[in-house]
Design a protein around this ligand. Structure first.
Ligand code: AMP
Length: 288
């Protein structure tokens, strides 16, 4: 596996792959890799000739009181996992190489970036979209793979690619979970031993909402409030539980059939996010 640290080295490698007409699959990450990331790698491998993974903890997407300084950085373990996974190259840029001066250009998606997590993390999605667009320009991949775990992020990346005509196909991968349902995440290591079993309740409550909707419940606001209360009683500080239409991430109406239940909640030092997608039938109205 090529370990690429400089921009020049990256450009040369991409040039060689393009010249040889290899297709390129790209998996952007912040490192501290787990089975969720490796699933993205496997998906990329099934679709393209060469796979490149980036590991970069992007300062632009962290707020001032967030965990940028403490975000888990485990470079040698990550490299070992990527070698095992038969990845062709890992790109490990420095902050100075990607942001040699304070940047003046930011990608903004006003309709999407201020919803849900954006309300609690102002500037976060602009930081994500900006770094992803920079990486897309550098890597020139045919496909890029993202996790459905970060559903709002995925929606934002898809919108950016469509609006700005990036020549990359976005592929998504379902969330990989621990046995009790907790979505795998690098931030799960912030959970204490006592918090760890409680953390699984977030997914259990999303499943509860899903089941209620499938049973015909359409009082979405009530469901959101009911589950917020249950999670608060279990010790979570709930940022939001939102039942939305999958396409625009707006509050679901009775006519919407493709839904996503989005959630973010803090348990101690750990902010968990999760979601479940579901399809429902519209309620039939007899008109005779
Ligand atoms: P991160 O390193 O957390 O920025 O995540 C890098 C990529 O891995 C993003 O596309 C995430 O959505 C994806 N990802 C993170 N956790 C999971 C998971 N449990 N299952 C599937 N994909 C994931």
């Amino acid at each position: 596996m090529q370990i690429i640290r400089s921009m020049t080295q990256l450009t040369e490698q991409i040039y060689l792959w393009k010249q040889a007409r290899f297709t390129i699959g790209f998996v952007p990450t912040m490192g501290n890799l787990h089975a969720g990331h490796l699933q993205l790698v496997d998906t990329a491998k099934s679709l393209t000739d060469k796979i490149i993974v980036s590991i970069f903890v992007n300062p632009l997407q962290f707020g001032i009181n967030e965990d940028f300084a403490n975000y888990p950085r485990t470079e040698s373990e990550d490299i070992a996992q990527l070698i095992d996974a038969k990845v062709d190259a890992v790109f490990l840029p420095t902050i100075d190489s990607l942001y040699p001066h304070s940047i003046k250009t930011y990608i903004r998606l006003p309709e999407l970036e201020s919803l849900h997590c954006g309300q609690f993390r102002p500037g976060h999605f602009s930081g994500v979209a900006t770094i992803v667009s920079k990486l897309f320009h550098l890597v020139q991949a045919d496909i890029a793979v993202f996790g459905e775990k970060d559903f709002q992020q995925l929606t934002i990346i898809r919108a950016m690619v469509q609006d700005l005509n990036f020549a990359v196909k976005i592929v998504s991968v379902p969330t990989i979970r621990e046995i009790d349902g907790l979505a795998m995440s690098s931030r799960n290591r912030y959970l204490t031993i006592n918090q760890r079993p409680i953390a699984a309740q977030l997914y259990q409550q999303l499943q509860f909402i899903r089941q209620q909707i499938l049973n015909g419940e359409r009082h979405y606001l009530q469901l959101e409030q009911q589950v917020t209360l249950k999670l608060s009683e279990a010790g979570f500080i709930v940022d939001y539980i939102h039942i939305c239409c999958q396409q625009h991430l707006q509050p679901a109406s009775i006519e919407d059939t493709e839904l996503v239940i989005l959630a973010a909640a803090k348990l101690g030092q750990c902010r968990l996010i999760d979601n479940i997608c579901l399809k429902i039938q519209t309620l039939k109205v007899d008109s005779d």
